[in-house]
Design a protein around this ligand. Structure first.
Ligand code: MN
Length: 196
């Protein structure tokens, strides 16, 4: 995963690399999720950083070392940045090498997607489902509540689906599994693979 570096102890708000994602995530959801929710996490992170002793560290280091409100806001900035950056309205497909890696670890690409969706659907409450590389290079799927990120467990995060209700309620209401199944249509695999 590439890291995110602050300027003068402050993190900047990411710009979305697209204006719309078709029917999969509406423009209205994007405007609230990116424009309001992520903006609030960035603002809170930047308010809490001065005097914390963690100023000027890369974002993943802040997430590894912070606690309480600073951890929650730093985690949500990292989680949402990875989430929004991995999508495209015209996504490029998975490479044959990455498909082979998924087959080796999960049996097939479809079996991987099924387990990923199932772990997203069964995460109780708010949180995130992740595909990660472990230190031995194996691919593993993990569930994390609230603002947690797999970097706290020594994993390298590659792909994530946000299962907080604010990510899908305007478009899918209570149908979280339908939201998870639809997201595959907009995953830009070269972006995911570049984090390996
Ligand atoms: Mn979110």
């Amino acid at each position: 995963m590439k890291d995110f570096i602050p300027t003068n102890g402050q993190f900047s708000m990411m710009t979305l690399p697209y204006e719309a994602l078709g029917d999969v995530i509406s423009v209205q959801t994007l405007s609230f999720h990116h424009g309001k929710h992520l903006q609030a996490y960035v603002d809170n992170l930047n308010k809490l950083l001065p005097g914390s002793g963690l100023e000027n560290l890369p974002l993943s280091e802040v997430v590894r070392k912070a606690q309480g409100g600073l951890f929650n806001n730093a985690g949500q900035v990292l989680n949402h940045t990875l989430y929004f950056e991995q999508f495209s309205p015209a996504p490029k497909p998975m490479s044959a090498q990455f498909a082979a890696l998924l087959e080796k670890n999960f049996g097939s690409v479809d079996a991987f997607k099924q387990e990923f969706e199932q772990k997203g659907a069964t995460l109780f409450g708010s949180g995130w489902v992740w595909l990660n590389a472990d230190p031995q290079g194996r691919l593993v799927i993990t569930q994390h509540p609230n603002a947690e990120n797999p970097v706290t467990q020594g994993l390298n995060p590659l792909l994530t689906f946000d299962v907080w209700e604010h990510a899908y309620y305007l478009d899918y209401q209570n149908r979280r599994p339908a939201y998870l199944a639809a997201l595959w249509q907009i995953v830009d695999w070269p972006t995911v693979e570049s984090r390996l």
